[in-house]
Design a protein around this ligand. Structure first.
Ligand SMILES: Nc1ncnc2c1ncn2[C@@H]1O[C@H](COP(=O)(O)OP(=O)(O)OP(=O)(O)O)[C@@H](O)[C@H]1O
Length: 209
Protein backbone atom coordinates (compact mmCIF):
# COMPACT_ATOMS: atom_id res chain seq x y z
CA UNK A 1 0.00 0.00 0.00
CA UNK A 2 3.06 2.21 -0.08
CA UNK A 3 4.70 3.47 -3.25
CA UNK A 4 7.43 5.89 -2.44
CA UNK A 5 10.32 7.10 -4.53
CA UNK A 6 11.85 10.23 -3.03
CA UNK A 7 15.04 12.13 -2.52
CA UNK A 8 15.28 13.51 0.99
CA UNK A 9 17.70 16.18 2.12
CA UNK A 10 18.27 17.37 5.67
CA UNK A 11 20.57 20.22 6.64
CA UNK A 12 22.69 22.01 4.11
CA UNK A 13 24.96 20.24 1.69
CA UNK A 14 27.87 22.55 2.47
CA UNK A 15 27.64 21.48 6.12
CA UNK A 16 27.85 17.82 5.07
CA UNK A 17 24.06 17.45 5.09
CA UNK A 18 22.12 14.24 4.69
CA UNK A 19 20.81 13.14 1.29
CA UNK A 20 19.15 9.82 0.46
CA UNK A 21 17.22 8.37 -2.39
CA UNK A 22 14.61 6.04 -0.90
CA UNK A 23 12.48 3.68 -2.97
CA UNK A 24 9.83 1.42 -1.47
CA UNK A 25 6.99 -0.28 -3.32
CA UNK A 26 4.99 -2.74 -1.26
CA UNK A 27 1.36 -3.89 -1.30
CA UNK A 28 1.39 -4.97 2.34
CA UNK A 29 -0.91 -2.97 4.62
CA UNK A 30 1.61 -2.99 7.45
CA UNK A 31 5.11 -2.00 6.43
CA UNK A 32 8.18 -1.69 8.62
CA UNK A 33 11.19 0.51 8.00
CA UNK A 34 14.31 -0.68 9.75
CA UNK A 35 17.88 0.57 9.65
CA UNK A 36 20.65 1.96 11.78
CA UNK A 37 20.54 5.27 13.58
CA UNK A 38 20.77 8.10 11.08
CA UNK A 39 19.67 5.96 8.11
CA UNK A 40 16.76 8.32 7.50
CA UNK A 41 13.79 6.36 8.87
CA UNK A 42 12.23 9.27 10.74
CA UNK A 43 12.86 11.53 7.77
CA UNK A 44 10.86 9.14 5.57
CA UNK A 45 7.98 9.20 8.07
CA UNK A 46 8.15 13.00 8.17
CA UNK A 47 7.99 13.11 4.38
CA UNK A 48 4.90 10.86 4.41
CA UNK A 49 3.30 13.02 7.12
CA UNK A 50 4.03 16.19 5.14
CA UNK A 51 6.37 17.59 7.81
CA UNK A 52 9.28 17.81 5.38
CA UNK A 53 9.16 18.20 1.64
CA UNK A 54 11.24 15.78 -0.43
CA UNK A 55 13.63 17.30 -2.92
CA UNK A 56 11.97 15.28 -5.65
CA UNK A 57 9.85 12.22 -6.23
CA UNK A 58 6.44 10.80 -5.40
CA UNK A 59 4.60 9.36 -2.37
CA UNK A 60 1.45 7.29 -2.61
CA UNK A 61 -0.22 5.56 0.33
CA UNK A 62 -3.21 3.26 -0.08
CA UNK A 63 -3.73 4.49 -3.63
CA UNK A 64 -3.76 8.16 -2.55
CA UNK A 65 -1.09 10.45 -3.95
CA UNK A 66 0.25 12.69 -1.18
CA UNK A 67 3.20 14.16 -2.99
CA UNK A 68 4.34 14.31 -6.58
CA UNK A 69 7.01 16.87 -7.34
CA UNK A 70 6.67 16.52 -11.11
CA UNK A 71 2.88 16.94 -11.01
CA UNK A 72 3.04 19.77 -8.45
CA UNK A 73 1.07 17.79 -5.82
CA UNK A 74 1.89 18.40 -2.15
CA UNK A 75 -1.11 17.64 0.05
CA UNK A 76 -0.83 19.81 3.21
CA UNK A 77 0.02 17.92 6.40
CA UNK A 78 -3.40 18.42 8.03
CA UNK A 79 -5.18 17.09 4.95
CA UNK A 80 -3.11 13.89 4.88
CA UNK A 81 -4.97 12.61 7.97
CA UNK A 82 -1.98 10.97 9.53
CA UNK A 83 -1.94 9.53 13.04
CA UNK A 84 1.59 9.79 14.42
CA UNK A 85 2.97 8.02 17.49
CA UNK A 86 6.44 9.02 18.66
CA UNK A 87 9.12 7.19 20.67
CA UNK A 88 8.08 9.06 23.76
CA UNK A 89 4.34 9.30 24.13
CA UNK A 90 4.32 13.12 24.24
CA UNK A 91 1.13 13.26 26.25
CA UNK A 92 -0.01 16.60 27.64
CA UNK A 93 0.95 16.61 31.34
CA UNK A 94 -1.78 19.04 32.38
CA UNK A 95 -4.57 16.85 31.02
CA UNK A 96 -5.95 13.55 32.24
CA UNK A 97 -5.84 10.47 30.04
CA UNK A 98 -9.38 11.26 28.92
CA UNK A 99 -8.34 14.84 28.14
CA UNK A 100 -5.42 13.60 26.10
CA UNK A 101 -7.65 11.22 24.16
CA UNK A 102 -10.13 13.98 23.48
CA UNK A 103 -7.44 16.38 22.34
CA UNK A 104 -7.31 16.50 18.58
CA UNK A 105 -10.33 14.24 18.34
CA UNK A 106 -11.88 14.87 14.99
CA UNK A 107 -15.63 15.03 15.04
CA UNK A 108 -18.04 15.22 12.16
CA UNK A 109 -17.08 13.65 8.86
CA UNK A 110 -15.74 10.15 9.21
CA UNK A 111 -15.72 8.62 12.68
CA UNK A 112 -14.32 5.21 11.95
CA UNK A 113 -12.87 5.14 15.47
CA UNK A 114 -15.38 5.77 18.25
CA UNK A 115 -14.15 6.79 21.71
CA UNK A 116 -15.44 3.73 23.60
CA UNK A 117 -14.20 1.31 20.96
CA UNK A 118 -10.70 2.76 21.02
CA UNK A 119 -10.63 2.70 24.83
CA UNK A 120 -11.67 -0.98 24.78
CA UNK A 121 -9.26 -1.89 21.98
CA UNK A 122 -6.32 -0.51 23.94
CA UNK A 123 -7.51 -1.54 27.41
CA UNK A 124 -7.24 1.96 28.84
CA UNK A 125 -10.68 2.33 30.46
CA UNK A 126 -9.26 2.14 33.98
CA UNK A 127 -6.81 4.92 33.20
CA UNK A 128 -9.21 7.57 31.93
CA UNK A 129 -9.22 9.73 35.08
CA UNK A 130 -5.51 9.41 35.73
CA UNK A 131 -2.99 12.19 35.23
CA UNK A 132 -0.42 11.18 32.67
CA UNK A 133 2.70 11.86 34.74
CA UNK A 134 2.69 8.56 36.60
CA UNK A 135 1.60 6.22 33.83
CA UNK A 136 4.05 3.47 32.95
CA UNK A 137 5.80 3.83 29.61
CA UNK A 138 3.60 1.11 28.11
CA UNK A 139 0.39 2.68 29.39
CA UNK A 140 1.45 6.06 28.04
CA UNK A 141 2.12 4.55 24.63
CA UNK A 142 -1.33 2.92 24.59
CA UNK A 143 -2.86 6.33 25.35
CA UNK A 144 -0.75 7.91 22.60
CA UNK A 145 -1.98 5.24 20.18
CA UNK A 146 -5.55 5.92 21.27
CA UNK A 147 -5.13 9.65 20.77
CA UNK A 148 -3.76 9.01 17.28
CA UNK A 149 -6.69 6.72 16.37
CA UNK A 150 -9.27 9.22 17.66
CA UNK A 151 -7.95 11.82 15.26
CA UNK A 152 -9.60 9.54 12.65
CA UNK A 153 -6.44 8.98 10.63
CA UNK A 154 -6.23 7.38 7.22
CA UNK A 155 -2.64 6.31 7.84
CA UNK A 156 -0.90 5.37 11.07
CA UNK A 157 2.79 6.20 11.44
CA UNK A 158 4.60 4.61 14.37
CA UNK A 159 8.08 5.96 15.06
CA UNK A 160 9.92 3.46 17.29
CA UNK A 161 7.03 3.18 19.76
CA UNK A 162 8.84 0.47 21.78
CA UNK A 163 12.31 1.93 21.92
CA UNK A 164 11.93 3.76 25.23
CA UNK A 165 10.43 0.74 27.00
CA UNK A 166 12.16 -2.02 28.91
CA UNK A 167 11.71 -5.59 27.68
CA UNK A 168 8.76 -6.35 29.96
CA UNK A 169 6.88 -3.25 28.83
CA UNK A 170 7.62 -4.06 25.20
CA UNK A 171 6.10 -7.50 25.61
CA UNK A 172 3.08 -5.84 27.17
CA UNK A 173 2.60 -3.38 24.32
CA UNK A 174 3.13 -5.69 21.33
CA UNK A 175 -0.27 -7.45 21.64
CA UNK A 176 -1.97 -4.04 21.53
CA UNK A 177 -0.06 -3.13 18.39
CA UNK A 178 -1.20 -6.45 16.93
CA UNK A 179 -4.80 -5.64 17.85
CA UNK A 180 -4.58 -2.25 16.16
CA UNK A 181 -3.14 -4.03 13.12
CA UNK A 182 -5.86 -6.70 13.08
CA UNK A 183 -8.92 -4.73 14.10
CA UNK A 184 -8.45 -1.68 11.93
CA UNK A 185 -7.90 -1.56 8.20
CA UNK A 186 -5.44 1.33 8.44
CA UNK A 187 -2.23 1.33 6.47
CA UNK A 188 0.51 1.28 9.11
CA UNK A 189 4.13 2.28 8.65
CA UNK A 190 6.29 1.22 11.54
CA UNK A 191 9.82 2.48 12.09
CA UNK A 192 12.27 0.46 14.14
CA UNK A 193 16.02 0.30 14.35
CA UNK A 194 15.81 -3.49 14.49
CA UNK A 195 14.26 -5.80 11.93
CA UNK A 196 13.69 -8.41 14.70
CA UNK A 197 11.43 -6.10 16.65
CA UNK A 198 8.94 -5.83 13.82
CA UNK A 199 8.73 -9.43 12.76
CA UNK A 200 5.74 -9.99 15.07
CA UNK A 201 3.85 -7.26 13.25
CA UNK A 202 4.67 -7.74 9.60
CA UNK A 203 6.79 -9.63 7.13
CA UNK A 204 7.08 -6.54 4.93
CA UNK A 205 10.32 -5.13 6.32
CA UNK A 206 12.41 -2.65 4.36
CA UNK A 207 15.86 -1.82 5.62
CA UNK A 208 17.30 1.61 4.83
CA UNK A 209 21.07 1.80 4.71
N1 LIG B 1 16.44 19.02 11.01
C1 LIG B 1 17.57 18.46 10.59
N2 LIG B 1 18.59 19.23 10.12
C2 LIG B 1 19.72 18.66 9.69
N3 LIG B 1 19.95 17.34 9.66
C3 LIG B 1 18.99 16.56 10.10
C4 LIG B 1 17.74 17.06 10.60
N4 LIG B 1 16.98 16.01 10.97
C5 LIG B 1 17.70 14.90 10.73
N5 LIG B 1 18.90 15.21 10.21
C6 LIG B 1 19.96 14.26 9.79
O1 LIG B 1 19.39 13.42 8.82
C7 LIG B 1 19.87 12.08 8.98
C8 LIG B 1 18.70 11.12 9.10
O2 LIG B 1 18.04 11.34 10.32
P1 LIG B 1 16.74 10.50 10.74
O3 LIG B 1 16.29 11.03 12.05
O4 LIG B 1 15.77 10.48 9.63
O5 LIG B 1 17.37 9.02 10.90
P2 LIG B 1 16.79 7.77 11.65
O6 LIG B 1 17.11 6.60 10.80
O7 LIG B 1 15.37 7.98 12.00
O8 LIG B 1 17.68 7.77 12.95
P3 LIG B 1 17.33 7.32 14.47
O9 LIG B 1 17.14 5.83 14.42
O10 LIG B 1 18.55 7.73 15.23
O11 LIG B 1 16.10 8.07 14.89
C9 LIG B 1 20.78 12.10 10.17
O12 LIG B 1 22.11 12.21 9.70
C10 LIG B 1 20.39 13.35 10.92
O13 LIG B 1 21.47 13.88 11.62
Amino acid sequence: MLALDIVIERGTRTAGGFRRHVRIADDARVIALAGHSGAGKTSVLHAIAGLIRPREGRIEVDGRCLFDAAAGIDVPAHARHVGYVFQDARLFPHLTVRGNLRYGRRTGGSTAFAFDDVVALLGIGALLRRRTANLSGGEAQRVALGRALLSQPRILLLDEPLSNLDQARREELIPYLQRVRDETSLPIIYVSHSADEVERLTRAVHTLD
